[in-house]
Design a protein around this ligand. Structure first.
Ligand code: ADP
Ligand code: TZD
Ligand code: MG
Length: 571
């Protein structure tokens, strides 16, 4: 397909591809993340031509991750563009991950013509993409005619952002992209989608019931999840917590809705508050595996539950919810806040006495771990160095993936602003790091820091080139302990092959960014780490720091070793 050059002569005719680009632009899409090839190369070119920023990646999964995190940060669907079959499949993991996490994104993929695919006649990069995408996304649509572009894009945007947000697949056939149409005919039926995600209010009765339950509680607790962060109800959530004195626990990506050093954070007394709370209010957090399904360890079986949730089907999914508040958290929090005038909701002083004592004890234990120097470094003294620097840069966005590198950083690195911690999320998936970093840098215009395990970095590390090519202010930290969880596991055969969890502890990941013109550091001590991080942040240049971590200090599977099968047999 040739590039259509602007000849200066107005024609009444256009084609499906131009109609798609114009429709994206008019629907407020300002960025496309993708990889080009047949049949979407010109689509990216023309998007760039009309002022949409196009960011070209090295692997579609990362383009998809960038789109997904941009959707999470903005409540507008991020767009990932892929070529047919293999490119489409490479993007699919990110689309599915977005759906699982509730991030709005649209994967737009070029596809082969239906006549060849449907008769299975063997096309170049031929695959029945829409049917393959369906189980992995929230909705899938195909646009077969240019006159359907406005409707097709409206459907995709609505599906991505309404209700529980998620990933949408949009299939564009080659035939549609090259169909010639009259501009006037297209314009007659063109529209831009309005109010794609209406903030549905909960029923006033459900809000009353929740407040009555909370007012009767002796030991109330609020658990904030990434649905609360996504909703951007930051001010009302904070006001409700501060007015009622209720302790709160943030889930990983909800850190920063209130700053981690807020006096009402119960993060340092997590087990105690979970075990003793008599009423727990979940705000945009599912009772999935991350909360032990609301039962067993750390849950008070006699406790009552309130759940603020947009998806009615989520309620009672794991355990009875005593007071469901189904609606958009923005509306729900406003109504709850207004209801405080009538309901005396207040955390009792003796609840806080218990919490304070536990926090003090646990904080002291943690301080000891953080300040104990070792050589080589362990996760705690290395992360402490990072935290001391980042405390003075509260605007930066943090991306975090790995096992120990993820779990320990979640506990050590303080987050002070909403949506400033982006991580592996609901699936614990590796390979989101640099895609998220690019998406966050592009979407927010701010600096991004990543903390990635050496294994995690292996899944997305080539995007260091993308970061350098677009000159993004990203500082990558690779915590190199020479392995998955640990670098010193034995090969059970006694042979010389590395063990299944072993990677190279002597690897110089820092060299990778040098190939693309970025700045590199190799650090062995907390002081060196601090200096390197400060340098990366002040230069605002793409930077990679290889952080040497003791291969022996990691824990199998980080904090979730209990999820491994309990294998007791022998050969
Ligand atoms: P976490 O992993 O932080 O616990 P989850 O992803 O499990 O969070 O849960 C987030 C929940 O928030 C999902 O069930 C989702 O439907 C819900 N949610 C997302 N956006 C909103 C919103 N605007 N209002 C209410 N609930 C929301
Ligand atoms: N593949 C994918 C896509 N996601 C995964 N989560 C895994 C494999 C399995 N896995 C984990 O759950 S954590 C992890 C893998 C491979 C890497 C842990 O090693 P790391 O971190 O170097 O990133 P630590 O600090 O060594 O624990
Ligand atoms: Mg590792």
């Amino acid at each position: 397909m040739a590039i259509t050059q602007n000849t200066g002569q107005e024609s009444n005719l256009t084609d499906g591809m131009h109609v798609v680009v114009d429709a994206l632009k008019r629907n407020g899409i300002d960025t496309i993340y993708g990889i080009v090839g047949i049949p979407v190369t010109d689509l990216a070119r023309h998007a760039q031509e009309v002022g949409i920023r196009y960011i070209g990646f090295r692997h579609e999964q990362q383009a998809g991750n960038a789109a997904a995190i941009s959707g999470y940060l903005t409540k507008k669907p991020g767009i990932c563009l892929t070529v047919s079959a293999p490119g489409f499949l490479n993007g699919l993991l990110a689309l599915c991950n977005a759906t699982v996490n509730g991030f709005p994104m649209i994967q737009i993929s070029g596809s082969s013509n239906r006549n060849i695919i449907d008769l299975q006649q063997g096309d170049y990069e031929g695959l029945d993409q829409m049917n393959i995408a369906k189980p992995f996304c929230k909705a899938a649509y195909r646009i077969n005619r240019p006159e359907d572009v406005a409707v097709g894009i409206a459907r995709a945007i609505r599906a991505a952002v309404s209700g529980r947000p998620g990933g949408v697949y949009l299939d564009l056939t080659t035939a549609m992209l090259e169909t010639i149409v009259d501009k006037g005919e297209i314009e007659k039926n063109f529209f831009v989608t309005k109010v794609p995600a209406a903030g549905a209010a909960p029923s006033p009765e459900s809000v009353e019931e929740a407040l009555t339950l909370l007012a009767g509680a002796k030991r109330p607790l609020m658990i904030l999840g990434k649905g609360a962060a996504y909703a951007q109800a930051d001010g009302d959530i904070r006001a409700f917590i501060e007015k009622t004195g209720i302790p709160f626990l943030p889930m990983s990506m909800a850190k920063g809705i209130l700053p981690d050093d807020h006096p009402q954070s119960a993060a340092a007394a997590r087990s105690l508050v979970m075990e003793n709370a008599d009423v727990v209010m979940l705000v945009g957090a599912r009772l999935n595996w991350m909360l032990n399904h609301g039962r067993g360890k750390h849950w008070n079986p006699a406790g009552k539950l309130i759940q603020l949730e947009i998806d009615p089907v989520e309620i009672d999914s794991n355990r009875k919810i005593d007071a469901p508040v189904v609606g958009d958290i923005c509306s729900s929090m406003k109504m709850l806040l207004a209801g405080l005038a009538k309901h005396a909701v207040k955390a009792a002083p003796d609840w806080w006495t218990m919490i304070e004592a536990d926090k003090k004890k646990n904080d002291a234990k943690m301080a000891e771990k953080l300040n104990k120097l070792t050589s080589p470094m362990n996760y705690f003294n290395a992360l402490n160095a990072v935290n001391e620097v980042l405390k003075n840069h509260q605007d930066i966005y943090l991306v975090n993936e790995g096992a120990n590198t993820l779990d320990d950083a979640r506990n050590v690195i303080e987050i002070f602003k909403p949506r400033h911690r982006l991580d592996c999320g609901t699936w614990g998936v590796m390979g989101v790091g640099l895609g998220f970093a690019v998406g966050a840098a592009q979407t927010t215009g701010r600096q991004v820091v990543t903390i990635q395990g050496d294994s995690a970095f292996g899944f997305d590390g080539m995007e260091a080139e993308t970061i350098c090519r677009y000159k993004l202010p990203v500082t990558i930290m690779v915590f190199n302990n020479g392995g998955i969880y640990k670098g010193d596991s034995p090969n059970l055969s006694g042979g010389s092959d590395p063990s299944p969890t072993t990677l190279d502890p002597n690897a110089h990941y820092d060299k990778i960014i040098e190939a693309f013109g970025g700045d590199s550091y190799f650090v062995r001590t907390p002081d060196e780490l601090k200096k390197a991080l400060e340098a990366g942040l002040s230069s605002k240049r793409p930077t990679l720091i290889n952080v040497v971590i003791d291969p022996s200090v990691g824990t199998e599977s980080g904090h979730i070793g209990n999820l491994n099968p309990k294998v007791t047999g022998t050969h």
